[in-house]
Design a protein around this ligand. Structure first.
Ligand SMILES: [Zn+2]
Length: 67
């Protein structure tokens, strides 16, 4: 299952509009998160994005490991 994490590319030192690209890793966990007051259930996520989400202070309600 593909990770549903998105990363922003581009910005201050790039010409053109910054854009979001989906992470290409395989998911290792299903996360239930709250963002902007909205709950998203069972989002496939890899370890890297999970850690980045924690550091970005995303409210992770539940994490179910994928085997
Ligand atoms: Zn990822």
């Amino acid at each position: 299952m593909r990770c549903e994490g998105y990363r922003r590319y581009g910005g201050v030192f790039t010409l053109g509009t910054p854009h979001w690209e989906q992470c290409g890793n395989d998911a290792s966990v299903l996360l239930t998160v709250e963002q902007d007051g909205k709950v998203s259930e069972d989002l496939p996520m890899c370890d890297v994005c999970w850690e980045e989400g924690r550091q970005a202070k995303i409210n992770i309600i539940e994490a179910k490991p994928l085997l």
